[in-house]
Each structure stands twice: as C-alpha cells, then as structure tokens.
Design a protein around this ligand. Sequence first.
Ligand code: PLP
Length: 492
Amino acid sequence: MSSLREHLWFHSAFMSLHRDQRDRDIFAASPLVDESASSGNIQRLRTRDQSILIHSLHSQSLQNSAHVWVRGQGAVLVDQDGKEYLDAISGLWNVILGHGRRELVDAAASQMSRLAYASGYTGSSNLPSIELGERLSELCYPSMGGFFFGTGGAEAVDAAVKTARWWWKLQSQGDKIAVIGRQYGYHGTGMVAMSATGLPAYWPMFEPRIPNFEIVESPYPYRFNAESHRRGKDDLRSPGIIAADLVEEAILRLGAGQVACVIAEPVQGAGGVIVPPDDYWPRLRAICTQHNVLLIADEIITGFGRTGDWFGLSRWNVEPDLVCFAKGITNGSIPLSGVGFRRDIADAIRSAEGRQTWMHAATCSGHPVACAVALATLDVLQSEGLLERVISLGERLRSGLASLESLSHVGQTRGVGLMAAVELVSDRSSRAEYRPEERIGPRVHAAAQARGMFSRLRGDVFNLAPCYVSTESQIDSIVEILGESIREVTGD
Ligand SMILES: Cc1ncc(COP(=O)(O)O)c(C=O)c1O
C-alpha cells in the first residue's frame, strides 16, 4: 500500500473500529477478544485448531496459516494477530449489514430471554416466525404463498428439491423426479445440493451423486460458446436464448414426464459471479412453464439485496415456483434458511393429509431467536436504505474494476449489484486459463491478504461481495489492493 493510502485506510478502519462506546461494549462482551494477541499466541491457537477441528473443504496446508478471527466492525475483520482486514466477501457473502451490529445482538438477547427455543413442528408455532413469514410475503415474489424455515443453505435446497418431487407425486406424476442443475452452479454440499452443484471438484470423493441429477452448461457470457450449439446457418438465436434452450434440450432428452425441477442461481455466485445475458431468464422461465417443470431459484446469495433488488430474478421480471434463501437473512449472525413456495404449492401442503403429508421437518425450523434476528436484519436493511446503497456502491466497484482491464492478465471484470468478479487469464486474446499448478488465483489472494484484504476464489476468478455498509473509500481500496496484488503476481 502507498503510505498515504495506508494511512487513510487504517485511519478509516480505526474510526470504524472505535465508532462509539456501544460498539466497544460488543467487543468487551466477546470471550474471544484477546487484546494481547501475539504471534506465539496465534501459533498455539493454530496448533490447537489443527489437532481437533475439521473445517469446511478442509486443507491442512491452508490451516497452517489460518486466521483466527476475533472481532469485526463494519467491513473490517480483525484476526488474532491484531491485524485488520477489509472483508471483501462479507464473511461468506452473508454479513450484508457489516460486522458488529448491536441491533442483532439486542434482538437475539431479548428473544432468548423470553423464549429461546420452541418446536416448529406442526401443532406449534411462535411469534417471531409468524412475523418473519408475513414480512417475507411483502418482500419476496408476489406469487409466494408460504415459507418454511431451516438452518442452512443446503438444507433449504434439499427441502425445495424434495418439494418438487412431492408436488408431482401429488399430481399423480410420480415419474417426474429428475433435477437439472447447471455447470458452475453452487448449491451446497449435502447429498442433494452436491448432486445439483455444477463444480466437479466437489464430487469425486463422495460419488456416486444422486441418480437423475443432470448438469447443463452455464450461460457464462465470457466462456459460453454459442456457435457450437447453433442448429445451422439460419439459427439466429442470441447466446442467452441458446444457453436457456440447452435446458430445454435436457428436458426433452430426459423426457418432460421425468423432470421435476430446474435449480439455478439468478446470478451464479461461488462459481464466479456469472451474470447471464438479459434474455436468458425469461426464456428459462418460459421453458419450465411450457414443459411443466418447477423452477427453483437458489437465492441464497442473491436474496436480500445483493443484486440491488430484494430478490435476484426481479431484475428480469421473472418469478420462480420455489425460492431458497439463507445467508444474508440474519446477516450471518445465526443460522437461518428457508424456502418460499408458490401459493398453490403452499396451499397444497396445507391441505395434504395422510400418506400425502409433506413429511419434511427440522428441529430448528422457525427457530424463534433466528427469526427475531432476521426481523432485526430486515429492519436495518429497510431503515438504512441499504438496497439503494448496494446500487451506488456496486456501480463504484464495477467502474473501479473496469480500470483493471488495462492489465494484460485480467480477462474480464463483471458483476451486478454488490457482487463482482475479476477473471484472470494467461492469454487475453484466446481467453486461455492458467495451468492450475501455477496457482495464480491463490497467489493473488495471498498478496491481497498481505495488503489487508480477504475474499474468496474459484480457481483464478477472484470473487468480491462487500458488505452493504462499506464506505466508498473501502470500495476503492478493494480495487486498489486487488490491482496491486494482480500486478505483483502476474508481473504486469
Ligand atoms: C447459492 C448457494 N446455495 C447454497 C449454498 C449452501 O449454503 P450452506 O453452506 O449454508 O449449506 C451456498 C453457500 O455458499 C450458496 O452460495
């Protein structure tokens, strides 16, 4: 970092870290805070961690240099070494309001002191879950007529896919069981979610995947080869229509009478912030309707403002039949996920009896504390006008990233709302990827961390999803740090 920018950045981080007494109270209340952090300390913590914990996507070599995060404020995370990092991925795309939100602490504490747990199984309910359902019915797609709550994203995906099969059995079409997902789609790592996920690295050591799950090509503007799918020289379809038609071809190949649902993220997130062409989603919606296939929108990243709308498909005037959400709904503070059901599907669940009963459940469904935190999250989103902020910060981020396209190994920068990606390539004219063993993405990530920024990658695609409360200068720092890190690694 240049020394002036370094000074400004640390000054703003310092100011945000010490905003007021109220925020200091949050830290003081945390048993994890260790103001006397030292490198001896961190090594001891890493050793303890490695000897007992198994992490998501566990890699022992990454654990050797793992951060042990101890606190956060706004868009800044602090690790056990006392080093501050700009959180350019909002935790895991979920800390949308920023870290250290007192409102959520208060909502959780107040609900916990009244009723910390109650069953959400049929025959029981609680006030925060009823209120959250009502709030979502105002904010989510108008066609949604009911909501089920769970705890994690993959669990929501599981509930949605099972509901699609349930729906067709109810219509006496029990052969409609197949599920279509897309390349680069990420839906989680449970067996159903993994089987619908189109990132092959997640599969090999857990295969076989669930039968009747089919993966089709992604509408990936930078890499989709529309020409290879043209049906002849009179085929004038746009790339977006061609990509959507590949889903139709899969439905016809499998037989429409065999297909239960298509599951897709409005904008593919973990797969590299892939924004489809504008004509893709309306065409995909029409295909699903025409062939009696349910459309599941996985909005676990795109829900709650990430794209600038409350939910991602509104951008294309499309509504799904089922919608999965999680992550941002509680600002990541407490696990909560869910599924929204088209009104007739919700009504069918309400009236099914006996053998047809929707036998899906979770111990923590409608968890009162999680629902209370979700309500507080929605309050902050609305009272602070954060969807508008997503739009303005997103424009700033994308225009900053566009300036990196002058670097010879930046193949493309892209994004929508406050999610963006920078795709690095070994050769810009051919769009050739680097060889994986060159580890360009991880090296850029390491260089960015050395400069005080943390994010996530898919190979050599650098994903960005800043907190909605990031300051303008923090957005500029993300661009600057990423540019410097790319230059350092690629030698540009
Ligand atoms: C689009 C999408 N769907 C599903 C999931 C899985 O959520 P979880 O990790 O809570 O199971 C994720 C997680 O990143 C996601 O991004």
